[in-house]
Ligand binder design. Structure first.
Ligand SMILES: *[C@@H]1O[C@H](CO)[C@@H](O)[C@H](O)[C@H]1NC(C)=O
Ligand SMILES: *[C@@H]1O[C@H](CO)[C@@H](O)[C@H](O)[C@H]1NC(C)=O
Ligand SMILES: *[C@@H]1O[C@H](CO)[C@@H](O)[C@H](O)[C@H]1NC(C)=O
Ligand SMILES: *[C@@H]1O[C@H](CO)[C@@H](O)[C@H](O)[C@H]1NC(C)=O
Ligand SMILES: *[C@@H]1O[C@H](CO)[C@@H](O)[C@H](O)[C@H]1NC(C)=O
Ligand SMILES: *[C@@H]1O[C@H](CO)[C@@H](O)[C@H](O)[C@H]1NC(C)=O
Ligand SMILES: *[C@@H]1O[C@H](CO)[C@@H](O)[C@H](O)[C@H]1NC(C)=O
Ligand SMILES: *[C@@H]1O[C@H](CO)[C@@H](O)[C@H](O)[C@H]1NC(C)=O
Ligand SMILES: *[C@@H]1O[C@H](CO)[C@@H](O)[C@H](O)[C@H]1NC(C)=O
Ligand SMILES: *[C@@H]1O[C@H](CO)[C@@H](O)[C@H](O)[C@H]1NC(C)=O
Ligand SMILES: *[C@@H]1O[C@H](CO)[C@@H](O)[C@H](O)[C@H]1NC(C)=O
Ligand SMILES: *[C@@H]1O[C@H](CO)[C@@H](O)[C@H](O)[C@H]1NC(C)=O
Length: 718
């Protein structure tokens, strides 16, 4: 009997081979293949802090796609107008806020130059361009034949082949997981006779809000400088743009010489001689004289890192469904997983376009961190989330406390459109948006579910405390609401309780309402209650007292507004379902039963009515990015898996051939909150949520009928 028991245990531990997903096979079945360059999106390799986007040659030969990093930022010179010479001169605007004037970081018409400078600076820079040079020949993409390019997702390697002047060229491109280095391995007879080399070129920064698909300008050559230092099999190029300097360290194998710059440019050419192969490592760094591994070692590190990435954490396989919708959803999932690791796993939260090109000057938005980053945790890849969280909140805490203090609030008021130093760009919407405030609770609570220990509690405690203090002091006690009339004897006794209101002024998630009229938005009320309830739990878990003010505000927040048996954007909004501009921005009210777990006062009938109303009247063509995953999480919780998948495959929610989420009518491509949101929604469908049916049998019920769904490693969501 005893022996049997042991054998049984072993049998359970060693999962039969047939039930384990062959992740490598699933991943590689979605390897993107191109036969020509795209003029809108690159094929990319990268490590989360650094990425290199290429055209069909495997380099940036014909298309100057981006080489972007976490650290590469630049300021244009400050204005020289009197009283507008430094950010300290910026005074913002005072707006009436519940009977007092509060100063907001909004562009001041009396200070247009410095206001604008603070919006546009610093901006993220394109570190440089690396491409093939063809000796004395002028070659364009039309001169190339037999072009074929495959990105192997499983090893993070791009293999590109083409023929030019009658000879084959084969190129392998990868990026070091541990440094900002590109490894390039070229094979071609053209290398022998000087007909094929590699050029390096450098742009000046641009001042466009959206710098896409290419970043920087190439003809402002006199406004920046480069210089070359050569040593055997190595060279360093120093690039100085105004007050910043950074370095390109180039190492190669074999016999080659580097020269430049070609007159009136910042272009340098590495010209190999004698050998039909060339291995190159190019490192970009703010530090001089970096040396890195050989290209073949980097290619190996890349393959190891990516294998580990795919084989650990959660995974879903829909490929055995034999249904084209399942296959397309799987394609979006795999390519999103790849691109988010390349673009969105850095020391700072990512910008909307990751490391592909620039949107909003390359800055990141603190209200977007949940869409960009929470999926890491939900897919069991905490180490990647850990790179920026909670570090960014720790770093921004002092300036956020200062921001709250300057406005007469307690605690820390988190900024919005940020650079790595934490300055929030001036803007009317930027300064009045509030849904970024509870995000630390969402991130921390998810982490605590995965790591329910003292370390997690301590790590987030100060951040959550300061966040709660602000949220409590921001909520405004409205003595004219919540009046309870108790008729007693002859004279009624009035017990005046009051509710805590959010706003005005404020902007809700949908940024298209009038800020001085907007108050008690549905999503923000639910999120405030979630945040303050979590704040209290956090203290209780540490056996610390819960400040009574936290509980008082949490319990007395205004109730979720209801208009005609539906949840509106905010309380008393006029013409909620009939004004075309109202029914066209982010439908955030669905997030209170989707992204967020249900709050105690949620009315499911009203929720269903709201979801139905949105499905029938909302302008889906004007939605973008994470709106569709938002709708999907709500449909999932409402038990409508078909509808959830329909949203995730909506005609207005497009991922291109390499998986870049297409921006659509309102933003540039890529728009990565779409990809992060997709993974968040899929994790919820795969792993369920608190109170959903559990067990492996239940998984299929959260997907459309008839699909074959295999999952590994998902946990229930909040
Ligand atoms: C840009 O200028 C600000 C001062 O306003 C400074 O704090 C920051 O370090 C500068 N950034 C760069 C990249 O020069
Ligand atoms: C909101 O009110 C402030 C005064 O407190 C005013 O300056 C501002 O222009 C108003 N904003 C809008 C969008 O009406
Ligand atoms: C490239 O194509 C152009 C136009 O067809 C032609 O004039 C040129 O000679 C070609 N160059 C090479 C190197 O084949
Ligand atoms: C390029 O042109 C230069 C000068 O005309 C010549 O010396 C050199 O051999 C040519 N290189 C090739 C690869 O044809
Ligand atoms: C660079 O090219 C752009 C577009 O052709 C042009 O508008 C700009 O004036 C040029 N800048 C310089 C410094 O030549
Ligand atoms: C490297 O190439 C140059 C130029 O072709 C040649 O002069 C030199 O002899 C070569 N060196 C070696 C070690 O092959
Ligand atoms: C360098 O500039 C001169 C004069 O403008 C021009 O004739 C020559 O073609 C240029 N050389 C290169 C390699 O661009
Ligand atoms: C790199 O090191 C070499 C030799 O040590 C030195 O000559 C060169 O100036 C250094 N380059 C930079 C950019 O610091
Ligand atoms: C997160 O980073 C900290 C140090 O910054 C480290 O102690 C911790 O182990 C990391 N956690 C994970 C899950 O990687
Ligand atoms: C409720 O719906 C009715 C019928 O559609 C409409 O006439 C009325 O204005 C709505 N009420 C509010 C407060 O929007
Ligand atoms: C929920 O809303 C519906 C429709 O407005 C209403 O009939 C019902 O009484 C509400 N339920 C609760 C528990 O308030
Ligand atoms: C795919 O989804 C669309 C939209 O929901 C639906 O019309 C179609 O029937 C689905 N196709 C399959 C094969 O399930």
């Amino acid at each position: 009997m005893r022996r049997w028991a042991i054998i049984l245990t072993v049998a359970i531990w060693v999962t039969p081979a047939y039930s384990k997903i062959d992740r490598k096979e699933v991943v590689q079945s979605f390897n993107p293949v191109r036969h020509e360059s795209s003029n809108s999106s690159p094929v990319q390799v990268g490590n989360g802090n650094f990425a290199f986007g290429v055209d069909v040659t495997g380099l940036q030969t014909f298309m100057p796609f981006g080489t972007l990093s976490s650290w590469g930022w630049h300021n244009f010179s400050l204005p020289i107008a009197p009283g507008q010479t430094s950010p300290a001169d910026f005074t913002g605007l005072d707006w009436w806020t519940h009977g007092r004037l509060v100063n907001y970081d909004q562009p001041n018409p009396a200070e247009p130059l410095i206001s604008n400078w603070m919006v546009q600076n610093p901006q993220r820079i394109n570190l440089g361009r690396i491409g093939f040079s063809f000796g004395n020949e002028t070659v364009t993409e039309t001169n190339l034949s037999d072009k074929s390019q495959t990105l192997d997702l499983y090893s993070g390697t791009i293999v590109s082949r083409f023929e030019v002047s009658g000879s084959q060229v084969k190129v392998k491109t990868s990026v070091d997981p541990g440094s900002d280095s590109v490894a390039i391995q070229v094979e071609s007879d053209l290398l022998r006779g000087g007909q094929l080399g590699v050029f390096f070129d450098y742009p000046y920064p641009d001042v466009n809000k959206f710098d896409a698909p290419f970043v920087g300008v190439w003809n402002a050559t006199s406004q920046h400088t480069t210089s070359l230092q050569k040593s055997p099999n190595q060279a360093h190029i120093t690039h100085t743009i105004d007050t910043i300097t950074y370095y390109t360290a180039i190492q190669w194998s074999g016999n080659a010489s580097i020269n430049g710059p070609l007159n009136s440019t910042h272009r340098y050419v590495l010209q190999p001689r004698g050998d039909s192969s060339l291995d190159l490592t190019i490192n970009f760094s703010p530090k001089s004289n970096q040396t890195r591994d050989d290209a073949s070692l980097i290619a190996k590190s890349s393959a190891d890192w990516w294998q580990d990435y795919w084989e650990t954490g959660a995974f879903i396989d829909l490929t055995r469904s034999q249904n084209k919708n399942a296959t397309e959803l799987q394609r979006r999932i795999i390519l999103s997983q790849y691109l988010l690791a390349v673009n969105e796993a850095g020391q700072d939260p990512p910008q909307e376009s990751g490391l592909v090109n620039n949107g909003w000057y390359g800055k990141f938005h603190l209200e977007m961190v949940v869409w960009h980053l929470m999926h890491w945790g939900r897919w069991g890849k905490w180490a990647l989330l850990n790179r920026s969280m909670p570090g960014v909140y720790e770093r921004f805490l002092p300036t956020s406390i200062q921001r709250a203090q300057d406005q007469g609030y307690a605690g820390a008021r988190w900024g919005k459109m940020s650079d790595p130093r934490g300055r929030s760009a001036p803007g009317e919407i930027n300064s009045l948006l509030i849904w970024q405030q509870p995000h630390p609770f969402y991130l921390a609570e998810n982490e605590y579910r995965a790591f329910p220990n003292q370390k997690t509690l301590q790590k987030w405690d100060e951040i959550l405390t300061e966040t709660a203090e602000f949220m409590v002091s921001f909520a405004w006690y409205n003595t004219s609401t919540g009046i309870i009339h108790v008729p007693l004897a002859m004279e009624p006794i009035i017990i005046q309780t009051g509710f805590y209101d959010l706003g005005p002024p404020m902007y809700p998630v949908s940024e298209n309402t009038s800020p001085n009229a907007t108050f008690n938005p549905t999503f923000e009320l639910a999120y405030w209650r979630f945040g303050l309830t979590t704040a209290a739990k956090w203290k209780t878990r540490q056996h610390l007292p819960v400040p009574t003010s936290w509980l008082h505000v949490a319990h007395n927040l205004a109730p979720l507004p209801i208009i005609n048996n539906t949840y509106p954007i905010y309380q008393d909004i006029p013409n909620m379902w009939t004004d075309p501009t109202t029914v066209s921005d982010h439908p955030a009210m669905l997030g209170i039963f989707g992204l967020l777990p249900p709050s105690p006062d949620l009315n499911l009938t009203v929720m269903r009515n709201t979801a139905d109303k949105i499905a029938s009247v909302w302008d889906l063509a004007n939605l973008y990015g994470w709106d569709f995953p938002l709708l999907a999480t709500n449909a999932a919780r409402l038990g409508r898996p078909g509808k959830a998948v329909e949203y995730l495959l909506d005609a207005n929610f497009v991922f291109d051939d390499v998986g870049m989420p297409v921006g659509g009518p309102r933003v540039a491509t890529p728009y990565f909150p779409a990809a992060g949101g997709l993974l968040l929604a899929v994790a919820m469908m795969a792993g369920g949520w608190d109170g959903s049916e559990s067990g492996s049998e239940s998984v299929g019920k959260r997907f459309p009928g008839g699909w074959r769904v295999d999952v590994e490693g998902f946990e229930a969501a909040l």
